[in-house]
Design a protein around this ligand. Sequence first.
Ligand code: BJ8
Length: 423
Amino acid sequence: MTDYRKLWSDLGMDLEKHDRLTTALPLIYEEVYLQQPGRPQAMEYFDLVVAEIHSLRIAELVEHRRQGGKVCGAFCVFVPVEIIRAAGAVAVGLCGGSQFWVPDGERVLPRNLCPLIKASVGARLSGTCPYFQSCDLLIGETTCDGKKKAWEVLSEYAPVYVMDLPQMKRPEHLAAWRREVELFLAKIEQLTGCRVTPEKLADEIQLQNRLRQVLGRLYRARKADPVPISGKDVLLVTQVSFYDDPRRFIDKTEALAAEVEERIASGEGVFPSGVPRILVTGTPMAIPNWKLHHIIETSGAAVVCEETCTGTRFFEHQVDETGLTLEEQLQALADRYLKINCSCFTPNPGRIEDIFRLVEAYRVDGVIYYNLQFCHGYAVEYYAVEKALKERGIPVMKVETDYSEEDTGQLRTRVEAFLEMLR
Ligand code: BJ8
């Protein structure tokens, strides 16, 4: 039996602080997740992943490294994990979603900065996150200003490589991004000492496409009324996809999707038919950030879709699998990833088109715009999104918040008033 305390200690973790972090999680999880009525049985696997979040997967990463493999951590859905995996390394998503890490982040970063950045840097500084401790390389990117400057600070504590993401989507920017993807491949080959062949890359492209497709299948089930699975559960599944072994994740999510499809066939739902259907759009929600979904779904509504990077932006669009040479495959990867509509781009009209499309497809009654505090890109983009939605008569409200619980009561009051208006 694995001695996890020894394993964490070997990773250089602060065990006393780690104990404090992990004591709180089961209680929160019980209240937010386990008390939901009528959950699909296949969610048991995802409950297990959370219960063992710092042990089972970490043991796999440690074993991978013991055998000479590398682990790479990323903070953005623009990082092409296919390349990391094709070089024999493991990719994990590292964005911090817990208030626990924010004070450590604030030791080196300004307080008036997005909590996702503070928590991500704080997780590394605090020595309490075994995923950070297991990484041989952290991969940052030039998206928002806060992140790209935070990598400079983070690089004092761990090896960091930064991908240069364009800020516009003109043809010359796609060409530059394509070149950046190529440089990334060279960096990963250097790190791992493994050459990426077209055969290996083709396998990983197919695998990630399957992962994206199974998430798409699960999402499609949410179009039903009554909705067969809660938004909280689907958010959790997406969050787990950033950490888990992709093959196992695909199997477990296929089983879950099959179960919720059976529920649709028999008219079974987790909320009564006719409850307000909400689309959440905006900044990502890294694990364990379940705050807004919990408020919405305990106020008599269902979250039926997320236009976020822990939602549709993560899995929509497949990589073209027809490329046979590395040249063609890198182009296909660059093409697919540059379709992601992050507010870091100007202009960013594709995001509004996506929101309209999703509102229609998921039969949405109202949109809640989720903005992490001090995320200026999404905050400014609200102007255009709100205007476009109002012109079409689609109700929208904006929520600006952080990871603390201080504003929970106030948020609940505002969300309830919005839902009342939808009814
Ligand atoms: S593609 S959304 S994952 S950058 S860190 S932008 S919340 S101020 S996470 Fe993102 Fe990639 Fe874009 Fe998606 Fe704002 Fe915070 Fe910056 Fe953030």
